[in-house]
Design a protein around this ligand. Structure first.
Ligand SMILES: N[C@@H](CCC(=O)N[C@@H](CS)C(=O)NCC(=O)O)C(=O)O
Length: 204
């Protein structure tokens, strides 16, 4: 399988960290694209993903999967251990609920802040909006408060064990560093959780 990726970009990181936690990085050949150089907009790559976004997973028979969470769903199916997306119907739904909360509340806010507020992201956004960046920064901080309160009650985002939702939160918090924002500072539960995540395979 080929994984089209971009080093340090959050959505490809979701898949890479998922594979690291499965101990299956060697199952994929990684094809690195430079987003800042626009390599994902080449005609060749648009044949892989017409939306010109990474990640994309090309299976050995040529089938293409895009959307980071969908790729993880496939990888969970072919590499079931350790389980990261739930065993029972209820647990699967709970993990998805938390994963989507992290993605929609935090990761998307940081994305708006970065894409509209970071000078280098001008290569990705045709028009950067300072107003959108400011609103996204405020939403990021609010979401960090929320996940700090969540983690003050449970050891992991979706409850008692490590799951895909923790990967999405870890990726999001590292994404914040592009804006020099350390989500965990002044938020004790988030800080403790982040430290323990750094010691995991995905933190290496
Ligand atoms: N919903 C997609 C989002 C993919 C996405 O936006 N990827 C970013 C990198 S994190 C990208 O390719 N950006 C290129 C661009 O905006 O031109 C997913 O989950 O995979």
């Amino acid at each position: 399988m080929k994984l089209y990726s971009a080093n340090g970009a959050p959505n490809p990181d979701r898949v890479t960290f998922f594979l690291k936690e499965k101990g299956k990085m060697d199952a994929v050949e990684v094809v690195e694209l430079s987003l800042l150089d626009g390599q994902h907009r080449s005609e060749d790559y648009k044949k892989v993903n017409e939306l010109a976004r990474v990640p994309a997973l090309e299976l050995d028979d040529g089938t293409i999967l895009a959307e980071s969470r969908a790729i993880c769903t496939y990888l969970e199916g072919i590499f079931p251990e350790p389980n990261l997306m739930g065993d029972t119907p209820l647990e699967k739904a709970q993990i998805e609920m938390w994963d989507r909360r992290v993605e929609l509340m935090l990761m998307m806010s940081i994305a708006g802040w970065f894409r509209h507020g970071h000078p280098k992201a001008a290569a990705l956004e045709a028009t950067q909006s300072k107003e959108w960046s400011d609103l996204s920064e405020a939403a990021t901080k609010k979401a960090c408060d929320y996940f700090d309160s969540v983690l003050s009650k449970t050891p992991f985002v979706a409850g008692e064990r490590f799951t895909n939702a923790d990967i999405t939160l870890f990726v999001s918090m590292r994404f914040g560093l592009y804006m020099r924002y350390k989500c965990w500072e002044g938020r004790p539960a988030l800080a403790k959780w982040f430290e323990s995540m750094q010691a995991r395979p995905m933190g290496q």
